[in-house]
Design a protein around this ligand. Structure first.
Ligand SMILES: Nc1nc2c(ncn2[C@@H]2O[C@H](COP(=O)(O)OP(=O)(O)OP(=O)(O)O)[C@@H](O)[C@H]2O)c(=O)[nH]1
Ligand SMILES: [Mg+2]
Length: 375
């Protein structure tokens, strides 16, 4: 049986942020994805964060009281805090403080499956810990990775005592291992490119329905239904990239990749990790941006997706936008306007439409090109 989620208090500072409520809601979902439950939320409106304690004095005292009177002994802040802010709040409230970056890193650390994902998360964690050697946020991350099965017991403690130089040494080591993996990825991608197999990548905000769409296509056209990927109503269900061969009846086929979703304020330490995970997307012939059409924050989610794609160096590739979960949005589907589709991943007519548009984009252009070249 699953343990009860750990009770936490989520806090956030509203510095003239028009998406503030949404970002607090997302913080609670991120906490849930890390098996934590926000039992209280404390917010404050300020012109700028307090340099020493993030919140003002009165709110910090209020937090200290909450920690005493509720079951929570952990505070999760909606922003990335400075190491001294974390230390000060911890001292004044007697709680463990985790910032948004630390929380996302914890989720990734707990979920990473493949050795590559593990190395990437380790790298991001080490970079996050470097300036925070003495905060309990970094200790938590350390203990979690120590509990991950690889390390011996107690390595959490010894790791906490690691000197900066030692961490830098580890970063070097992980970087070298990742380079090796990256080389083999590049060879694979190059081989795919040379073999002229078309590739399509699903990208988009976390929980938009990318893996669900992947599974529908695998179910319909994949060689083997066992090749389905995990779908879950939870942020960051998918962390690694899966590539599946989608074969049509007429011998046309393409490779479809499903990958990690994006989130606003993605820790910069993870951008590098995303870069290699998303190498498949960077080399794709077509991107399918999946958007949760039933979410009122879809505009913001699209902006975040496009911004993140730029940040990780995915070039401007042909893209179709799939406005998914139309069944929940109460919109009529399937529907197409140019490169925008409105669908429900759970509906077979929607999948028909999606397939026809993918084929049009992948192969019609090829026909047109050939036609053009022959003149
Ligand atoms: N009602 C409805 N639910 C959907 C639809 N598409 C996906 N879902 C649900 O939305 C949730 C998230 O779906 P996923 O496919 O895991 O989303 P994802 O984009 O892969 O998410 P990450 O891997 O976390 O980035 C799951 O509970 C799905 O069952 C849809 O068209 N309609
Ligand atoms: Mg997924």
């Amino acid at each position: 049986m699953e343990n009860k989620p750990t009770p936490v208090i989520t806090i956030g500072l509203n510095v003239n942020n028009s998406h503030f409520d949404y970002s607090m809601e997302e913080l609670q979902n991120l906490a849930a994805a890390n098996h934590m439950e926000s039992i209280e939320t404390v917010v404050q409106k300020l012109d700028h964060p307090d340099a020493g304690t993030y919140f003002g004095k009165g709110k910090i005292e209020f937090l200290a009281q909450l920690i005493q009177t509720t079951a929570a002994d952990t505070i999760i802040a909606n922003d990335e805090l400075s190491p001294s802010q974390i230390r000060n709040i911890e001292k004044q409230t007697n709680a463990t403080v985790i910032d948004r970056t630390g929380l996302i890193l914890e989720i990734f650390a707990n979920r990473a499956q493949t050795s590559e994902a593990k190395l990437q998360v380790q790298m991001a964690k080490l970079k996050y810990q470097l300036p925070r050697l003495r905060t309990s946020a970094s200790q938590r991350l350390d203990q979690q990775s120590a509990g991950g099965g690889l390390a011996n017991r107690g390595s959490g403690e010894t790791k906490i005592e690691l000197s900066r130089r030692n961490i830098e040494h580890q970063i070097d080591h992980v970087r070298r291992e990742l380079k090796e993996i990256d080389k083999s990825h590049q060879t694979q991608s190059k081989r795919r490119k040379e073999s002229d197999i078309k590739t399509v990548a699903l990208v988009g905000y976390t929980n938009a329905g990318k893996s669900t769409i992947m599974n529908q296509l695998v179910k319909r056209f994949g060689e083997n239904e066992d090749k389905r990927v995990m779908v879950k109503n939870m942020l960051f269900a998918t962390l690694d990239t899966s590539v599946r061969d989608i074969k049509m009846a007429d011998n046309k086929h393409f490779l479809l990749s499903d990958t990690v979703g994006f989130v606003s304020d993605l820790p910069h330490q993870l951008i590098q990790a995303f870069k290699s995970t998303l190498a498949e997307a960077a080399n794709a012939d077509l991107l399918i941006q999946v958007v949760d059409y039933s979410d009122e924050n879809q505009e913001l989610m699209m902006q975040t997706t496009e911004k993140t794609l730029k940040e990780i160096g995915v070039p401007n590739l042909p893209m179709i936008k799939v406005f998914n979960k139309a069944d929940l949005a109460g919109a009529s589907f399937p529907n197409r306007e140019g490169n925008n589709l409105i669908i429900s991943a759970l509906d077979s007519h929607s999948i028909d439409l999606l397939i026809s548009v993918i084929l049009e984009k992948l192969f019609q252009r090829l026909c047109n090109q050939n036609l053009f070249n022959s003149f």
